[in-house]
Design a protein around this ligand. Structure first.
Ligand SMILES: C/C=C/C(=O)SCCNC(=O)CCNC(=O)[C@H](O)C(C)(C)COP(=O)(O)OP(=O)(O)OC[C@H]1O[C@@H](n2cnc3c(N)ncnc32)[C@H](O)[C@@H]1OP(=O)(O)O
Length: 660
C-alpha cells in the first residue's frame, strides 16, 4: 500500500486516545470509521471530537467550515466488521490488556481488507507478540500517539520483529500527513523511547525518597526547576497515574531485568490505590491543596543522580540500536515536553562525570540500576552522545551548532528560526545565548544583506520567556538583573545590526517574544497572530527592553496601555497601533515575510546602514541624528552603489547594489 492509496482509516476504540486519533485523522482529510463496543461509548467519542473541533475553531486554529468538514468525515460504528470492511489502515486503540487486544485482532483479520495495514497504539505491550496473532505480521507496527493526540506532536513508530520497511515508511508518512513528527523505534523494546526514559526516572525518584536521601518536594523542585523538566517527577507520576507507570515498569522488570525493579514506595501506592490525581491522592493530596512544588529547594546530588540514571537509559536505547541519540532527544522534547533532550542534558553535564556518579552509586549500593551500560562508557570516552566534534572549532558557526534555533543563509537573506515549537518557542537562557551568537554571525557575513526572524510551527512566533526556567534561575534578584540586561543586549543586536531585520510573526507573540519582535526593523504578521506584553499578569515587567523600545514604535500612550493592561491584541489592532507593518492571510505569512526580506536584501547596504544609524542616533538628540544623517549622506555620495542606483534609474532598470 502506498501513502497516496490511504483514504479510509478505521480507529478501534473511541476512548480518550481513540477519539483524539480519529479527530487528527479527520483533520488531515481522511475518511474515518470510529468504532467502539457500545453505541453510548462511540457516541461519547464522537461528541468529544465535535467539542474539540469547536474549541479549535473558537481559537481560530481552523475555520468553522473546516471543523464541520472534519466532523463530516467521521462515521461511527459498533459492528467491528462494518467499521473495517473498506479500511486502508486500522488503528487499534482498545484497552492495554494483551487478552483484549488479541481478541480484537482475531476478529480484525477475519474482516479487514487483504491489503490493509494494521497498527496498534499500545504504549507498553509487545508489538511482535500482537503482530503474531494477525495474518500479516510484516504489515503490522506500533503507532504510538501521545495524549492528547490533537495537541501532542510526537508519534513513535515502532517496528515489530517482523515489520517490513515499507510498512514503517507508510506509517511514518501517515503520521506526517496528520501533522505529527514520527520518531522511528527500530526495535520492539519495553517502553519504546519516551516511557523507557520517563518511567525509570520516576522509579529512581521514588528510590531517592525511599532511601531517605531527599523528600518528594526536594526531588520535584530539582526536576522541575533545576533540570527544567515540565513537571516534578512525582507530579508527573500523579498526573499520569502511578499505576500506569508502575505497570510499564513491571513489564520492563520482566523483560529487561533487575535494574527495573519497582521501588517499594510505588508498590505501596498502587496497593493502597493512591494512584495520583484520578483517585484524589498519590504523592500529593488532591483533596487538600494538590501539587505545590517549591522553587529553590533543589538538590545537586539528586539532580546528578537523576541525570545519570536518565543518561544510562539513553545509552541502553542507543547501544541496543532501538533509536539514536538525536531521535531520543526529539522524542522526549515532543512527547514529554523536555526543554532539551536527555542526551543533550547529559552531554551538557559531562557524560564522564555522570558515569562516575553511576560507578560510585553502584559501588556503594550494588544495585543493578546503577550499573553503567557499555555504551554509556563508550559515549563518555567519545566525549558525549552527540560527540565533541564541534569543540575543535572547525564547525563553529555552522547551523548544526544551534540547539534552539535553526540558522540558515538562503541567497542574501539570513534566516533565524526560533526552534522550540514544543514549548511555544519560548525563550530560555540557552536560546538567548544562541540568538546573540546567530545575529553576530549573520551580521559579520557580507553575503547576508537582510535578516529574517520567524518561529517554527504555526502556533507561536514566541510565547515569551520560558516562565518555568525563569522561576528556577530568577529567584535571585542579582541574577534576575543580569538576565534582564542579557535579554536587552541580545535583542539590541537586532536593532544595532547594520542590515534590515524583519520579524515574520505567525501565532502568539507575547512577552519576551514581542520584545524580540520590537527590536526588528519591520514586522509582518499573519491574521491569526496575537500579540501582547502579559508580564504584569505574572507580577513581572517587560524586562527585555519592552519599557523602552515599544514606546518608540507605538508612542508612550499605547505602550503604557499594552503593558499595563497586559491584554492580548489581534494583528489588525497592532497594525492600527503601528506596531505591525503589514497583516497577511495565515497561509501567506511565510511567502510575504521572505518576499520582504529578499526585497530589502536587494537594497543598498551602505545607505541602509547609515539610515538605521541616523534614526537611532536621533532618538535622544535630534541634532546628533541629523549629524549622522549628514555624515552618512556624505559617505554614500562616493559609493559604487550610488552610481549603480542613478544609472539604473536613468536606464529604467533594476539596480544591482553591492555595498561598495
Ligand atoms: C522578560 C520576559 C518575560 C516574559 O516573557 S514572561 C512570559 C510572558 N508570556 C506569557 O505570559 C505567555 C504565557 N502563555 C500563555 O498565556 C498561553 O500558554 C498561550 C496564550 C501562549 C497559549 O495558550 P494555549 O493555546 O491554551 O496553550 P497552553 O496549554 O497554555 O500552552 C501550551 C504549552 O506551552 C507552555 N507555555 C506557553 N507559554 C509558556 C511560557 N511563557 N513559559 C513556559 N511554558 C509556556 C504551556 O505551559 C503549555 O505547556 P504544557 O503543554 O506542558 O502544559
Amino acid at each position: 500500500m502506498r501513502l497516496e492509496d490511504v483514504q479510509r482509516i478505521a480507529v478501534l476504540g473511541a476512548g480518550n486516545m481513540g477519539h483524539g486519533i480519529a479527530e487528527v485523522a479527520a483533520l488531515a482529510g481522511y475518511e474515518v470509521a470510529l468504532r467502539d463496543i457500545e453505541e453510548e461509548l462511540v457516541r461519547d467519542g464522537y461528541d468529544q471530537i465535535e467539542w474539540s473541533l469547536g474549541k479549535l475553531a473558537e481559537k481560530d486554529r481552523l475555520s468553522d467550515e473546516e471543523a464541520e468538514a472534519a466532523l463530516d468525515r467521521v462515521e461511527t460504528f459498533v459492528d467491528l466488521a462494518d467499521s473495517i470492511s473498506d479500511a486502508d489502515v486500522v488503528i487499534e486503540v482498545v484497552p492495554e490488556k494483551m487478552g483484549i487486544k488479541k481478541d480484537v485482532y482475531d476478529e480484525v483479520v477475519e474482516h479487514a481488507p487483504e491489503q490493509a495495514v494494521l497498527v496498534t497504539n499500545t504504549s507498553s505491550l509487545s508489538i511482535t507478540e500482537l503482530s503474531e496473532v494477525t495474518d500479516r505480521p510484516e504489515r503490522f507496527c506500533g503507532m504510538h500517539f501521545f495524549n492528547p493526540p490533537v495537541r501532542m506532536d510526537l508519534v513513535e513508530v515502532i517496528s515489530g520483529a517482523h515489520t517490513d520497511g515499507e510498512t514503517l515508511e507508510l506509517i511514518e508518512g501517515l503520521a506526517e500527513e496528520m501533522g505529527k513528527t514520527p520518531v522511528r523505534v527500530r526495535k520492539d523494546s519495553p517502553g519504546f523511547v519516551v516511557n523507557r526514559v520517563l518511567v525509570p526516572l520516576m522509579n529512581e525518584a521514588a528510590w531517592i525518597v525511599e532511601s531517605g536521601d531527599a523528600t518528594v518536594e526536594t526531588v520535584d523542585s530539582t526536576t522541575k526547576y533545576d533540570m527544567g523538566l515540565p513537571m516534578g517527577a512525582f507530579e508527573l507520576a500523579d498526573q499520569v497515574g502511578i499505576d500506569v507507570g508502575y505497570h510499564v515498569l513491571e513489564y520492563m522488570h520482566e523483560v529487561l531485568g533487575e535494574a527495573y525493579r519497582p521501588c517499594p514506595l510505588l508498590v505501596e501506592k498502587v496497593e493502597n490505590e493512591d494512584l495520583g490525581k484520578k483517585t484524589g491522592s498519590g504523592f500529593y493530596d488532591y483533596e487538600d491543596g494538590g501539587v505545590e512544588v517549591p522553587t529553590g529547594e533543589g538538590d545537586e546530588d539528586v539532580r546528578r543522580r537523576l541525570l545519570a540514571v536518565m543518561a544510562n537509559e539513553v545509552a541502553g536505547l542507543v547501544g541496543d540500536d532501538v533509536a539514536d541519540a538525536a531521535d531520543i532527544d526529539r522524542a522526549m522534547q515532543l512527547g514529554a515536553g523536555f526543554p532539551d533532550g536527555p542526551a543533550k542534558l547529559a552531554d551538557d553535564e559531562g557524560l564522564s562525570a555522570l558515569r562516575d556518579v553511576l560507578d560510585a552509586l553502584h559501588e556503594e549500593t550494588g544495585e543493578a540500576r546503577y550499573e553503567a551500560t557499555e555504551y554509556l562508557r563508550e559515549a563518555a570516552e567519545a566525549g558525549g552522545f552527540h560527540g565533541n566534534g564541534a569543540e575543535d572549532g572547525e564547525n563553529a558557526g555552522d547551523a548544526a551548532d544551534y540547539d534552539t534555533l535553526s540558522v540558515t543563509v538562503d541567497g542574501r537573506v539570513g534566516h533565524v528560526e526560533i526552534d522550540r515549537p514544543h514549548r511555544m518557542n519560548t525563550i530560555s537562557d540557552e536560546l538567548l545565548d544562541e540568538f546573540g551568537s546567530a545575529i553576530d554571525r549573520l551580521d559579520a557575513d557580507d553575503e547576508v544583506r537582510a535578516i529574517l526572524v520567524t518561529g517554527a510551527g504555526d502556533r507561536a512566533f514566541s510565547a515569551g520567556a520560558d516562565v518555568q526556567s525563569m522561576a528556577a534561575g530568577g529567584a535571585d534578584p542579582i541574577d534576575a538583573v543580569e538576565l534582564s540586561r542579557k535579554g536587552q543586549r541580545t535583542f539590541g543586536k537586532l536593532e544595532e545590526s547594520d542590515k534590515p531585520v524583519i520579524a515574520g510573526i505567525d501565532g502568539y507573540c507575547l512577552g519576551g517574544g514581542m520584545e524580540l519582535a520590537t527590536a526588528a526593523d519591520l514586522r509582518v504578521a499573519s491574521e491569526r497572530s496575537e500579540l501582547g506584553q502579559p508580564e504584569l499578569n505574572l507580577g513581572l515587567l517587560p524586562g527585555w527592553g519592552g519599557t523602552q523600545r515599544l514606546a518608540r514604535i507605538v508612542g508612550e500612550g499605547r505602550a503604557k496601555e499594552i503593558i499595563l493592561t497586559a491584554d492580548r491584541y489581534d494583528a489588525e489592532t497592532m497594525a492600527e497601533y503601528d506596531f505591525v507593518n503589514e497583516v497577511v492571510g495565515n497561509d501567506e505569512l511565510d511567502d510575504r515575510a521572505w518576499e520582504l526580506a529578499e526585497r530589502l536584501a536587494g537594497g543598498p547596504p551602505i545607505a541602509q546602514k547609515y539610515t538605521k544609524r541616523a534614526i537611532h542616533a536621533g532618538r535622544a538628540d535630534a541634532d546628533a541624528g541629523l549629524e549622522v544623517e549628514a555624515m552618512g549622506f556624505g559617505h554614500v555620495m562616493n559609493t559604487d552603489d550610488l552610481m549603480e542606483g542613478v544609472t539604473a534609474f536613468m536606464s529604467d532598470e533594476e539596480p544591482e547594489f553591492e555595498g561598495k
